[in-house]
Design a protein around this ligand. Sequence first.
Ligand code: ASP
Length: 586
Amino acid sequence: MMRTHLTSALETALIGSTVELCGWVAKRRDHGGVVFIDLRDAGGVVQVVVDPSKVVGVDPHLIRSEFVLRVVGVVKDRPEGTIKSDTANGAIEVAVDSVEILAACDALPIPVDEEVAADESLRLKYRYLDLRGRRLQGNLRLRARVNHLLRQAFDEREFIEVETPLLIASTPEGARDFVVPSRLTPGSFYALPQSPQLFKQLLMVGGLDRYFQIARCLRDEDPRADRQFEFTQLDMEMSFVDSDDVMDLVGEIVASVIRDVTQESADNPGRMTWADAMATYGTEKPDLRFDLPISNVTSVFSATEFRAFQADSVGALRIPESGELTRARLDSLIERAQSLGAPGLVWIRVREGSLIDSPVAKFLSEEEKSALLTKTNAQPGDLILLAAGSLAMTSEVLGVIRKEFCVVTKDLGLHTIWVTDFPLFEGLDDKGNPISSHHPFTAPHPDDLDLFMHAEGEDLLSVRSQAYDLVVNGWELGSGSVRIHSREIQERVFSLLGISPELAHARFGFLLEAFRYGAPPHAGFAFGIDRLVALLAGEDNIREVIAFPKTQSGADPLTNAPSLLEGSQLKSLGLSLAAKKKESRS
Ligand code: ASP
């Protein structure tokens, strides 16, 4: 070992002892005499004091920021008046006897460990410098801790960690595949896994019973704050269980990780059906740190004379103590609603004595006004916003506006909720075939099985599935489902999706075949570790919890990926490029 201590191991009990430390020059104060250096290592920082008249080794005036040093010195009390009681090692310093420069450092392209973040692409180009800062060090340590806790939790529950292959045939998760050309079979391609979905199902057919993996998944989708091309999932699957068993087990593990990391209480996630989430919060990813529910007030206006409310659905959002919003703000809310497809948005200010102030007040009967106030539980000083039209539209519009009134502060903590009973299909494509809401291996809801087997077209959209999502603070942390384990049902899903028996056989024949040889009922789940760690770290972008992430355009400025291939490499893969862009050639 080149050192005796990490700076985090220094303490006043060591005063008088000689220590050997290695680290980087975080800060340096050199006025020509004694040089004060904040030496940073993986544990933290300590002030080292180098007196040129006493030190051996090098001329301390030559030392610059981010030089790598090894120092030997004696731990001392800091002189009165220079003690920093609010910082670690603020009461001590190390009086240096000898210094060795292990590595010099050129002028820095980005500042290290500064509050003001450097330009994003520079941060990524010099990621190794950015990694030296407390923010990323903390995030990566947190990530390692979360991985450790998850491994431990699944291991304790007798799950077996299995690695599934990276070079595979495509697994449909609704995104584009990244593909890898095969050299030995020119013209053929592997896909990189969008998830280990099919393999974990095969592991269940293989009798593994309980599987988990910290799995890398790759999806060719446009990157954004909560999405990178490659991301890490905690992936799991169990046999002989139903959806409640999976939700109970995963919910318990996630809550225990949150408790461990935050040292605060965290309940196991509650449950809410997809239909309720949509009706009450206008989204399948409700952020329940705020209780601002949408009320369905259609019945209040069932016999209304007011044309605008003679609609399939009228939704109301009561915003407490916001009755005094300015007209300009109200107008901007109306514009926002219109941009989302609503014909308009009606506002009502609630006054004392059940009176209201609204441009539409004169069109509403006394009964309607009083029923509305009762149904929304409105109090004087509140604002009520109403949208009328289809249920889907009013919920969406009020759901978006609801979020504008949810003021996020970090102290609200993490709120977890299971959203269950998703529709099996999320719409019809232009050929009239339904589109899977999750992946095509999701089992239909047992109560809707008959409908699933016989319905066609639009009617299929009311078939519920046994899929469940875990939502944390409005982010979809992960999703899972009870799987289809019957060949007949799986074949019907493929045929409804417009996948011909030949194509189904070519792409998923192995799965359909496996189902012939005794497939146990099984269910599973996967959640994003990047997202969980970002939530725990209070980061808005998952890039901050990934050691080497890509930019918004999917590039890696550090290694220059993606890059062009040599002609010979293309040739050995049996590939030639149809068209090269001018810029890429240059
Ligand atoms: N394979 C799914 C996904 O990656 C998760 C699951 O259904 O277990 O989203």
